[in-house]
Design a protein around this ligand. Structure first.
Ligand code: URA
Length: 220
């Protein structure tokens, strides 16, 4: 409960944030939503059109799919906490810029510190690279959990494709479903090995070259 009060207070402070240029074009700051004491936290990329209007993350098409994937493992939005790397919508939904990520990063780190999740599932490249501190892309690391230290705490980082990837590439849905299927075990601490098809996290494999719209959007 203390986490809830502190998180709410931090959200109120963040509502007036002017740390980067995105403050100029936003309707409002999209801080995050869900259970402030959640064991499972999702971190996406940035608010889109609908999120900017409603002030809630993942309420558009990708959000609907995220909800379906959650339902598939017996969870709802109110069981988890959902946030983004950027709290304000980039114009035209363009990629987050490095200086915007850097400016916004304290907000995400403070959220994680207050929520104290056991598992942080990063959705797509931007969240994965930021929280892993590694340049490895989601294609190489999805579905492979990694114990990391954030602030003073250990959390299990679990990279997953961004749900929007399945909107562009329907075959991606199976991959997302199979990565989601491992979440309940990760939450209970029973962590069966990642599927054999996944490459090891620490293998420095170059990123695939941009070829499809979803790639250009930073989803892969
Ligand atoms: N995509 C994201 O990464 N975040 C949202 O809030 C919505 C879509």
């Amino acid at each position: 409960m203390a986490a809830g009060t502190d998180l709410h207070a931090y959200g109120e402070l963040t509502a007036a944030c002017t740390r980067c240029r995105l403050a100029e074009g936003r309707t409002q700051v999209v801080f995050g939503s869900g259970d402030p004491d959640a064991d499972l936290m999702f971190v996406g990329e940035a608010p889109g059109f609908h999120e900017d209007k409603q002030g809630v993350p993942f309420v558009g098409q990708a959000g609907k799919l995220l909800e379906r994937l959650l339902e598939g493992i017996g969870l709802g939005r109110s069981d988890v906490y959902i946030a983004n790397v950027l709290k304000c919508r980039p114009p035209g939904n363009r990629d987050p810029q490095p200086d915007e990520i850097e400016a916004c990063e304290p907000h995400l780190f403070r959220q994680i510190e207050l929520i104290e999740p056991r598992v942080v599932a990063t959705l797509g490249n931007f969240a994965t690279k930021l929280l892993s501190g590694r340049p490895l892309g989601i294609t190489r690391v999805h579905g492979q959990e990694q114990e990391i230290t954030l602030g003073a705490r250990n959390v299990l980082l679990y990279p997953i494709y961004h749900p929007a990837a399945a909107l562009y590439t329907p075959a991606m849905l199976k991959v997302l479903e199979s990565d989601f299927a491992r979440i309940p075990a990760l939450l209970t601490g029973a962590t069966p090995a990642a599927p054999a098809s996944a490459a090891p996290v620490f293998e420095p494999v170059p990123e695939p070259s941009p070829a499809a719209p979803a790639v250009q959007l930073g989803l892969f």
